[in-house]
Design a protein around this ligand. Structure first.
Ligand code: LLP
Length: 419
């Protein structure tokens, strides 16, 4: 459930009419709901009520806006980060360093250093050499870096190919079959406190079955490592829980997820870390846009809106579905394509879809855009970087301003030899 609803026939974010935000801030603009973020954060936590010693690190790649991070820090969430930039954001938002997990297959030495300097809670190692380097950096500081090995359980998450990470051929994690030998070699290193394993098999999962298979394999590995004399105190179960983008989608609920986790991990006797992203953020945001033109098409008219693939890349990248609804729906519908102004045929949000009747000047939203929306935006076609607004009750704040093409141009320089 979210807090984007019709009040007196007009779409609101909580109690704020979206038309007011469009008038004040302009379009396109991402609009987030505080109450929806809180609701999702609490539902996720409550879903894990049957799991002792569960900790949650929001995968901030899903929505790294500082206000969103602060909101989630206030809910007791830590952060899963994958770059020095994300680490800096988590800290700037007031997330305690011990609640920060550093994931990612290509951390630089400078980023490992940055994590050690900040005193983060956990490094998820993706290859043996990374563990050796992290240990050396830690020894130089006279500390031990808390770390887990991320394993690849060779499980097909059954999701879109581009957001699957747990098959053997994917670049992520260590082959689970080699984990024991690598653990044996890394655990004695002086600068490491190698204390567990991590797994993440993909995103937008519509079924618990692949997660359960992956977690079961991790449980077997934990037992094997313990039998070999290793102390295993931490397991990171990653993220991946899907969300409904269409009303017909029925992903597992956080409660069903929590029930499965409680059953599979019973007796593990470890601190469990979770890294949800999408399930917290996706339905807490919409992309508010204005219809520029309705252009006749060969089969269906093209509704040309002022947002584009540079603002919301998911449709062009993953053939993702985002609901398109009018801010003031008349109740009438039409079959149309919805497209942005960018000069690419992939800049189409919907094809031959039954949508609310709209005409030029009308406002509409692309729903479920709070995760992997603004964070993946670019300035392609020299369009401004899309701004973000956070609503709470009957007030709102601009939490990221629109960055003009001129501001970006100011960072570009024509060298003297061309003048
Ligand atoms: N942990 C790790 C190590 C991850 O790589 C990811 C996502 C997550 C947690 C969070 O997964 P979530 O709970 O959000 O499914 N841009 C794509 C999604 C990429 C996901 C990358 N990794 C999209 O728009 O669908």
């Amino acid at each position: 459930m979210d807090h984007f609803t019709l009040i007196d026939g007009e779409l609101h974010a909580e109690n704020v009419p979206l038309a007011r935000i469009a008038a004040d801030v302009g379009t396109p603009v991402y609009v987030y709901s505080t109450a929806t973020f809180q609701r999702h954060a609490r539902a996720f936590r409550e879903g894990l009520a049957g799991v002792p010693r569960a900790r949650i690190a929001f995968a901030i790649k899903a929505n790294p806006n500082l206000a969103v991070l602060r909101l989630l820090a206030n809910e007791g969430f830590g952060a899963d980060v994958v770059s020095g930039g994300e680490l800096a954001r988590a800290l700037a938002a007031g997330m305690p360093p011990e609640g920060i997990v550093f994931s990612g297959v290509g951390k630089t030495r400078a980023e490992l250093d940055q994590g050690l300097n900040a005193g983060i809670g956990q490094f998820n190692l993706e290859l043996e050499e990374e563990g050796v380097v992290l240990s050396e950096l830690a020894v130089a500081r006279n500390i031990r870096a808390p770390a887990t090995l991320r394993v690849n359980p060779d499980v097909d998450a059954g999701t879109h190919e581009k957001i699957s990470t747990g098959r053997a051929e994917n670049k992520f994690g260590l082959p689970i079959s080699e984990a024991r030998a690598i653990f044996d070699r890394l655990a004695p290193l002086q600068g490491l406190n190698l204390r567990g394993v991590a797994v993440h098999i993909g995103s937008q999962l519509q079924s618990l079955e692949p997660l359960e298979r992956a977690y079961t394999r991790v449980g077997e590995l934990v037992a094997e490592l313990r039998a070999a004399g290793h102390s295993i105190t931490h397991v990171d179960l990653g993220g991946g829980l899907g969300v409904p983008y269409r009303t017909t989608d029925t992903p597992p609920s956080p409660a069903e997820f929590g029930e499965m986790v409680a059953r599979v991990t019973r007796g593990w006797d470890v601190e469990l870390m979770f890294e949800p992203g999408r399930v917290i953020a996706a339905n807490a945001g919409v992309l508010l846009t204005q219809v520029l033109w309705v252009k006749p098409g060969v089969t269906h008219p093209y509704v040309i809106v002022d947002s584009a693939m540079n603002d919301l890349a998911r449709v062009a990248l993953y053939d993702a579905y985002h609901d398109f609804v009018a801010v003031k729906p008349s109740g009438e519908t039409m079959t149309a394509n919805v497209a942005g102004p960018v000069c690419e045929s992939s800049d189409v949000f919907a094809k031959g879809r039954e949508i609310d009747v709209v005409k030029s000047g009308d406002l509409a939203v692309l729903r479920s855009a709070g995760a992997y929306g603004a964070t993946m935006a670019s300035t392609y076609n020299s369009r401004p970087l899309v701004p973000e607004v956070l609503v709470s009750g009957d007030t709102y704040a601009v939490v990221a301003g629109r960055i003009a093409a001129e501001t970006i141009m100011a960072e570009e320089h024509v060298p003297d030899w061309l003048k």
